[in-house]
Design a protein around this ligand. Structure first.
Ligand code: GRF
Length: 219
C-alpha cells in the first residue's frame, strides 16, 4: 500500500474528498500525515477527525524557502511518504523540493492549464471572457503550475457566474472528483511520470489530459 502525505494551507475540501474516497474504498493508500504551513488551517481538523497524523511547519519560522522546504521534506520522510499531494497548499516550492519529489508530487490548480497559472483564476476567467473553466491535476515540476497534466475537468461558464460561483462550481463539480481519481490512479500504478516528462496511463503515453468522462464509477 502506497503512503500518501497531503500538504494544505486552508479549508482542506480537496483533502476531505481524498479522505472520503479512501473511506469508500476507492483509494487504496495509507494517509500517513497532513502538513499545514499555517496554524489553525481548518483542514487540520478534517485530518485529525479522520485519524490522520498532522504537523504544522510554519513558513515564517524559516529564514528562506530552501530551509522551509528542507523541513517539509524531513517531515515527509519521517512519515516515509511515497506520494506528496498538494491540496490548497499556498506556498511556491523550490526546485530542490520539486526535483526531490519529482514523479511523486501532485497538485490541483483551479483553471484549465496552461490557461491562468497562478492566483485569482476565477476573476481572470471572467475578465478574459472565457467560455470554459475548470481545474487540472498535474505532476509538479520546478515550473509553477507548469508540470505535466493528468486530468482536467471543464464546464461552460454561464452569463450569471461571478467569481464566487465559479469557485464553487470548480470545487464541487470538478476538483473533488478529479483529485481523488488522479491520486487513485497514481497509487495503484495506473499512472506514472516518465523521466523525460511523458505521463503514462496504463502503459500508453497520454497525448492529452484525461477528462471527467474518464472518471471511474464512484468518483
Ligand atoms: C482549491 O481551489 C485549489 O485548487 C486551490 O485552492 C483551493 C483549495 O481549497 N489551489 P481547499 O483547501 O482544498 O478547500
Amino acid at each position: 500500500m502506497k503512503r500518501v502525505a497531503v500538504l494544505i494551507s486552508g479549508e482542506g475540501r480537496n483533502l476531505q474528498a481524498l479522505l472520503d474516497a479512501h473511506d469508500r474504498g476507492l483509494l487504496p493508500a495509507t494517509f500517513v500525515g497532513v502538513v499545514s504551513n499555517r496554524d489553525g488551517a481548518p483542514g487540520l481538523r478534517r485530518a485529525a477527525a479522520a485519524g490522520v497524523p498532522v504537523a504544522v511547519v510554519r513558513h515564517g519560522d524559516f529564514p528562506d524557502r530552501e530551509a522551509f522546504d528542507a523541513a517539509l521534506t524531513l517531515q515527509l520522510e519521517a512519515w516515509r511518504a511515497d506520494w506528496v499531494v498538494l491540496a490548497g497548499f499556498m506556498r511556491v516550492l523550490t526546485p530542490a523540493f520539486t526535483t526531490h519529489w519529482q514523479g511523486r508530487l501532485l497538485n490541483i490548480h483551479p483553471s484549465l492549464l496552461p490557461r491562468h497559472r497562478g492566483l485569482q483564476t476565477h476573476q481572470r476567467v471572467l475578465q478574459a471572457g472565457d467560455r470554459e473553466h475548470g481545474a487540472t491535476v498535474h505532476f509538479v515540476s520546478a515550473d509553477l503550475d507548469g508540470g505535466p497534466a493528468i486530468i482536467q475537468g471543464r464546464f461552460t461558464v454561464s452569463a450569471e457566474d461571478d467569481a464566487q460561483q465559479l469557485a464553487q462550481r470548480v470545487m464541487k463539480d470538478v476538483e473533488v472528483h478529479i483529485y481523488p481519481q488522479a491520486v487513485a490512479w497514481c497509487v495503484s500504478g495506473d499512472l506514472q511520470l516518465m523521466p523525460e516528462g511523458t505521463v503514462m496511463f496504463r502503459g500508453a503515453p497520454l497525448s492529452a489530459p484525461l477528462t471527467l468522462a474518464d472518471l471511474e464509477p464512484g468518483f
